[in-house]
Design a protein around this ligand. Structure first.
Ligand SMILES: [Zn+2]
Ligand SMILES: [Zn+2]
Length: 343
């Protein structure tokens, strides 16, 4: 079968191979045909050697698949079921996080797409206990964002209810825009997406989705940044992963407000505007990965009409290099590979 493989450590070292062995299910696991698999910032960090991975490994961790083989002992799932899968494979079950039920934070987990073979491929092998069935009314190109949606749901949980709140989202990438749509579905009074001029196309998309938009007029933190009233927001979600973004969030958030950090940094230590957070007595919460219930809640939001498809651009598996270029150039929001597409 075909698969996009990160072959060894270092920057780059990615190849589309057509000679990969077909996976077999084995006890407790299933093998599934990949219907669609999204690209995320983490994939770029892996390409650039800035995120952990175990080469050689097939990339791709945001997928919707159809089961083709069910291993021994698997109950509740059958051949033909469309499913998504929590990204917490090989969580140890014995560490402090696992024993608290937070298997998504297990330091030993190795998920499909970086720890074990993922879904930029014709087929993928997945553990049955982490699967969630996709409702019939949810199309593949909607279900494919379940994983990033679950990350956003888990992150917003850290802020408590957004009902009637003024929510700011820094960064108009996939996680930022999905967070904005979820916050609106969750009853936020107003949702404002904030980004740099380099993300103009993404900001225009946000505007077309009915979200408020602020384009930062200068690089850097307030007071260099125009267009935002300080302390305007109850909740700010930071998705850029930068110290500048977090400092901006600290300036935007009202006293006793909450900041949720969802952006992966990958930059080492970064300065932040400590005094802003201290004088406003802010709560700053970091959120990583996605917890169990967030997956079903994400699927229900999609089933009830939250439509992420304006964010999606599709590519055939053979077009993987052009797709990564488009993602780096921010020319698309959520790039999705379709292994079954005609090439
Ligand atoms: Zn991802
Ligand atoms: Zn563990």
């Amino acid at each position: 079968m075909r698969g996009l493989v990160k072959t060894s450590r270092g920057i780059g070292h990615v190849e589309l191979r057509d000679d990969l062995p077909d996976p077999t299910a084995g006890p407790g696991w299933v093998v599934a045909d990949v219907l669609a698999c999204g690209v995320c910032g983490t994939d770029l960090h892996i390409l650039d050697d800035e995120h952990k991975y175990w080469p050689p490994v097939v990339l791709g961790h945001e997928y919707v698949v159809r089961i083709r083989e069910v291993g021994e002992g698997v109950t509740g799932f059958q051949v033909g079921d469309r499913v998504v899968c929590e990204q917490h494979t090989l969580a140890c079950g014995t560490c402090d996080a696992c024993r608290r039920g937070a298997i998504h934070l297990c330091p030993d987990k190795r998920s499909p797409g970086w720890g074990i073979d993922g879904a930029f491929a014709d087929r993928v092998r997945l553990p049955a206990h982490l699967l969630h069935r996709v409702p019939d009314g949810v199309p593949d190109l909607t279900a494919v964002v379940t994983e990033p949606m679950a990350i956003c749901v888990t992150g917003l949980d850290r802020a408590g209810s957004v009902l009637g709140q003024r929510v700011g989202v820094i960064g108009p990438g996939p996680v930022g825009l999905l967070t904005a749509l979820i916050a609106r579905a969750g009853g936020a009074a107003d949702v404002t997406v904030i980004g740099r001029p380099s993300s103009l196309a993404r900001l225009e998309l946000a505007e077309s989705l009915g979200l408020s938009v602020v384009t930062l007029t200068q690089v850097g933190t307030l007071p260099d940044v125009a267009g935002i009233t300080p302390a305007e927001f109850d909740v700010v979600v930071e998705t850029s992963g930068s110290g500048d973004g977090l400092s901006l969030a600290m300036t935007m958030t009202r006293r006793l407000g909450t900041i949720v950090c969802l952006g992966i940094g990958g930059r080492g230590a970064q300065p932040v505007d400590y005094d802003q957070a201290m004088t406003r007595a802010l709560t700053v919460a970091f959120s990583m990965s996605s917890e169990y219930s967030a997956w079903d809640r994400a699927l229900r939001l999609l089933e009830e009409g939250l439509d992420p498809t304006p964010l999606v651009t599709t590519y055939a598996l053979a077009d993987w290099a052009g797709m990564f270029d488009a993602v780096r150039a921010k020319a698309v929001v959520k790039a999705v590979l379709l292994p079954g597409a005609q090439e």
